[in-house]
Design a protein around this ligand. Structure first.
Ligand code: ADP
Length: 168
């Protein structure tokens, strides 16, 4: 039976670390759904449709990857799409505790579900969406860390920020 895997995340915005994880996962599973999670507790830079568009433009070359979004429990979304694998990336030990708890909880809620962890590529071990946003805010260059469509969207953000500063 074909295996569908779900790769959930905030992807605000998607980085080359995420693209690396999904590229490697796309060779392991028949179908991957990258799902942008609407998390009201997190302050976001891009809204959900924009985040989805940026993910689509960044992974369009991977034929077995599709992009969706959802709110609420990841396990419910997984069940609805008959996905019994969740993919998560691990960068450092600091990711471990939260991811471990989350995978145990998801397993309790959906026993047929397996969480598969993909280790970050060494070059992207210290890469996170929040770090990218911070660097952009401070005027830094993130071109080696994000896909081209994201780079474009971020330059728009930083030019808007500059315009805002000039108005003050
Ligand atoms: P969330 O808010 O769910 O953590 P993120 O978009 O920050 O959403 O991350 C989604 C998933 O991708 C998480 O499992 C995270 O650990 C993983 N991830 C994020 N950045 C990287 C990276 N540079 N390398 C590998 N995995 C990563």
């Amino acid at each position: 039976m074909p295996v569908t895997a779900l790769y959930p995340g905030s992807f605000d915005p998607v980085t080359l670390g995420h693209v690396d994880v999904v590229t490697r996962a796309s060779r392991m599973f028949d179908r991957i759904i990258m799902a942008v999670v609407a998390n009201p507790q997190k302050d976001s830079l891009f809204d959900i449709p924009h985040r989805m568009r940026l993910v689509e433009d960044s992974v369009g070359h991977l034929s077995n990857v599709s992009v969706e979004s959802f709110e609420g429990l990841t396990v419910e979304f997984a069940r609805k799409h008959r996905a019994n694998v969740i993919i998560r990336g691990l960068r450092a030990i600091s990711d471990f505790e939260f991811e471990f708890q989350m995978s145990q909880m998801n397993k309790t809620l959906y026993p047929e579900l397996e969480t598969v962890f993909v280790m970050a590529k060494l070059d992207y071990t210290f890469l996170s969406s929040s770090m990218v946003k911070e660097v952009v805010k401070l005027g830094g260059n993130v071109s080696s860390l994000v896909p081209q469509p994201v780079q474009k969207a971020l330059s728009q953000v930083s030019s808007n920020l500059k315009k805002g500063e000039m108005r003050h």
